[in-house]
Design a binder for this molecule. Structure first.
Ligand code: ACK
Length: 502
């Protein structure tokens, strides 16, 4: 916060900058590929510093169920009002929660059904739980409310922090409530409080400290989770620009007007043959929720073209990103961090016996701060056995495909692991085409003779060893995605804390 705003009421103009500072995770301490002097400034790219999170894990929070919730699928968790839960992570509109009493089961529960226990937030009329910024603005600007109306919601970017959204002079302002290392709540680091209730109480009685008076809690009904949120009228989406042509048709950037958010919309190509695939893709997407998988947000499946609405990833595909000037200057630490996220998303699919079958940089999407998510489940299938046999007519991306899958259509989680090795090669070589200059036939012959892609220049040896493990001729000898995730995570953590050099 600027000094001027600590001592007087902040002007609304600078409030955005000082009360709502841009949050940045600490930079990765530099591990220059040459092992040269390490200073955070060294990982500047042409667009400025790239921030990536510290590998430290967050403490687990205690939650309670606010209402009864009946699980509708194996992934969900039935809870009774008052059940004590620990929340492992936030996944879109859900939280992955674990019961702390009885059978200790875990599963997904709508985020609006739970509240942090120690503060008993649910008893406060101003607590709106897991609603986003756009929704908070719509609620507060509705006619039932007036200046001073406010609510508190879970932060969109940091699930253990909160945001006060308050209406003043017909506008809505947002104030981030941060947590100190001992768990205290504060808006300004000069004043912290033991509970969220005490913090709100203070600012209700000392409006000058915040700059915006906090009067009555927002008057709207607190919404419960919508059971069928997927289908939406297509008028809710405003198309802006075509991002490119995907496997199934065009992908557009759009605004979801009622939710006030940018989204990506995939449109179905009209040919009948592809429609079947498209429907399967949607079915797969609907049941999958993980921060490292592209999240399905909505569908317009009535009429044509069918829209599949997903979260928008600001930097597009990893393939395009690696080729961009920003991608070309990424350090090994950044690439390992990104690779670890992909392995995490794939481990989630592995647990559900879902085979992606087209894991490659073109199917990974990138957002700010190097966030990576696995996309395009166009070829994914939920398999009963550990091996899925594809029809011979399927077009196979040979360079990324394990020999047993390319030659005998034996696709499995382990053939995805092979592809992950090739994806790591794409990343560490900053976007090089695998087996450049070779035909698909030559690639298969080379692999059969025991040849493997060479280590990319500047690739740390331990990362190249992981690639070679992924390319073990015997599928069962390849590592699991869980193992890959933990290996990459620990290499990243060691780089972060400067104990090894790459
Ligand atoms: O490399 P790109 O910019 O990233 O071009 C391709 C194109 O659409 C065709 O697949 C981009 N794309 C696909 N899905 C998304 C998304 N969810 N967010 C942003 N860009 C996307 C992809």
């Amino acid at each position: 916060m600027e000094d001027c705003c600590r001592t007087c009421m902040p002007c609304l103009g600078c409030m955005w900058n000082c009360i709502w500072p841009e949050f940045h995770y600490p930079n990765v301490p530099i591990n220059d590929d040459t092992g040269a002097t390490r200073r955070p400034a060294d990982i500047r790219t042409i667009s400025g510093d790239i921030s990536v999170p510290s590998p430290k894990k967050r403490p687990v929070q205690l939650y309670a169920a606010l209402f009864d919730f009946e699980a509708r699928s194996e992934e969900e968790l039935t809870v009774k009002e008052g059940d004590k839960l620990s929340v492992i992570e936030k996944r879109g509109d859900y939280v992955l929660a674990k019961k702390l009493t009885g059978s200790l089961e875990s599963g997904l529960v709508p985020a609006n059904y739970v509240a942090i226990l120690q503060d008993e937030f649910a008893k406060h009329k101003w607590y709106y739980g897991n609603i986003n910024r756009g929704k908070a603005e719509t609620l507060l600007l509705a006619s039932q409310n007036q200046d001073g109306s406010f609510l508190v919601r879970i932060s969109e970017s940091h699930s253990d922090e909160y945001t006060i959204s308050a209406r003043s002079e017909g506008k809505v302002y947002h104030f981030r409530i941060q947590r100190s290392s001992i768990g205290a709540y504060f808006v300004s680091d000069k004043l912290s409080f033991g509970t969220l209730g005490e913090l709100i109480n203070y600012y209700q009685n000392n409006s000058r400290s915040l700059g915006v008076p906090l009067g009555l809690p927002c008057a709207q009904q607190r919404e419960l989770f919508d059971m069928e949120p997927w289908e939406r009228p297509r008028e809710e989406f405003q198309l802006h620009r075509k991002l490119g042509e995907g496997h199934f048709g065009a992908v557009w950037e759009a605004t979801w007007t009622t939710e006030h958010r940018k989204v990506a919309i995939k449109m179905l190509k009209q040919e009948d043959t592809k429609q079947d695939e498209f429907v399967k893709e949607v079915q797969a997407l609907k049941s999958l929720h993980h921060p490292k998988l592209i999240q399905l947000l909505a569908l317009c499946s009535r009429g044509e073209p069918v829209y599949i609405v997903t979260e928008l990833m600001s930097k597009g595909s990893l393939k395009a990103y690696l080729a961009s000037p920003e991608g070309q200057v990424l350090k090994s630490a950044h690439l390992i961090y990104m690779g670890s996220q992909v392995a995490e998303g794939m481990a989630y699919l592995e647990d559900r016996h879902i085979v992606h079958r087209d894991l490659a940089a073109r199917n990974i999407l990138v957002a700010e701060d190097l966030v990576c998510k696995v996309a395009d489940f166009g070829l994914a299938r939920i398999i009963k056995d550990s091996v899925y046999t594809a029809s011979r007519s399927t077009k196979i991306p040979v360079r990324w495909t394990a020999p047993e899958a390319a030659l005998h259509q034996r696709f499995s989680v382990k053939s995805d692991v092979w592809s992950f090795g090739v994806l790591l090669y794409e990343m560490m070589s900053r976007g090089k085409m695998p087996y450049d200059g070779k035909s698909n036939k030559e690639v298969l012959e080379l692999l059969a003779s025991g040849f493997r892609l060479p280590s990319p220049a500047r690739c740390p040896q331990n990362i190249y060893r992981i690639m070679l493990d992924c390319w073990a001729p015997e599928a069962l000898k390849r590592p699991s995605f869980h193992a890959l995730h933990s290996q990459l995570d620990s290499i990243y953590a060691r780089i972060y804390f400067k104990t090894i050099e790459v």
